[in-house]
Design a binder for this molecule. Structure first.
Ligand code: GLN
Length: 210
C-alpha cells in the first residue's frame, strides 16, 4: 500500500544514527547498524551540519590521536560535546572510548569529548597480547558478547557518575555507561553479533521519543 502521509510522519518511528567517519572502522559500524535494524537511517558524520537531527552517534575504533586531531580540524569536537551534554546517545568503541573518557593514562589525545567519569589507560594490554578475543557477560544482554580487543584500552577507574557494564574474567572493566553515554573497549562491530548495536538503537529510539 502506498504511504500517503507526510514524510515527517512516515519517518516518525525511524531513528537516524550517525557514525563519526573521519578515521577508523566506521564502515563496519554502519553495516552493523543496518543489519541490526534495516529501518535505521545511518549517516556518516564528517562536518558539524551532519550532526543536525541525529538520534544517536557512534565514535568508532581507530587511532584516538588521529580521530581527536580531526575532530578539532573539522570543528566537530565542541558540537559533539554539546550534543552529548544535552542527552544525545553517544557510544564510543575502543579509540571512541578513549575520546569519551575524562581522564587518560598514556598520552592524552587532542580533541577529546571527555565527558565520562572514567580513567582509561590506552594500549593497556602491551605488545604480547595486544589483540585477543573473549566471551563476556554484558549487563542488560541475555547472551554473553563475543568481544574483540585490538590494542585496546582498559577502564582503570569508574567514577561515581558512571557504572561498569562488563568486566574481563580478572575483574578489569571494559565497558561502562553514564546516562546517555556508552563506552566499550572492544569491537562488537567486528563480530556477527548485532545485539549491542540493537541495544544502542533501542536506547536512541527511547531518547528520540522521550
Ligand atoms: N590503540 C588505539 C588508541 O590508542 C585504539 C585502538 C582501537 O581503536 N582499536 O587510540
Amino acid at each position: 500500500m502506498v504511504d500517503t502521509r507526510e514524510p515527517e510522519t512516515r519517518n516518525a518511528q525511524r531513528v537516524t544514527i550517525g557514525v563519526l567517519a573521519v578515521q577508523g572502522d566506521f564502515a563496519e559500524h554502519a553495516a552493523m547498524l543496518r543489519r541490526a535494524d534495516p529501518g535505521v537511517i545511518v549517516r556518516e558524520v564528517r562536518t558539524p551540519k551532519d550532526l543536525v537531527g541525529l538520534d544517536g552517534l557512534i565514535v568508532p575504533g581507530g587511532e584516538s590521536t588521529t580521530i581527536g586531531k580531526l575532530l578539532v580540524a573539522y570543528g566537530l569536537e565542541q558540537p559533539i560535546r554539546a550534543a552529548a551534554r544535552h542527552g544525545l546517545p553517544v557510544w564510543g568503541t575502543c579509540a571512541g572510548m578513549i575520546l569519551l573518557a575524562r581522564d587518560i593514562v598514556g598520552g592524552e589525545p587532542d580533541g577529546r569529548i571527555g565527558l565520562m567519569d572514567l580513567t582509561v589507560q590506552r594500549n593497556a594490554f602491551g605488545r604480547q597480547i595486544d589483540s585477543f578475543e573473549v566471551d563476556l557477560p554484558f549487563a542488560g544482554l541475555e547472551q554473553p558478547l563475543h568481544a574483540v580487543f585490538i590494542r585496546a584500552p582498559i577502564v582503570e577507574r569508574v567514577g561515581p557518575e558512571a557504572e561498569a557494564l562488563a568486566t574481563l574474567p580478572d575483574g578489569r572493566v571494559v565497558a561502562a555507561r553514564q546516562g546517555n553515554l556508552l563506552a566499550t573497549a572492544f569491537h562488537p562491530e567486528l563480530t556477527p553479533d548485532t545485539s549491542l548495536h540493537a541495544w544502542f538503537i533501542r536506547s536512541c529510539r527511547g531518547a528520540a521519543t522521550a
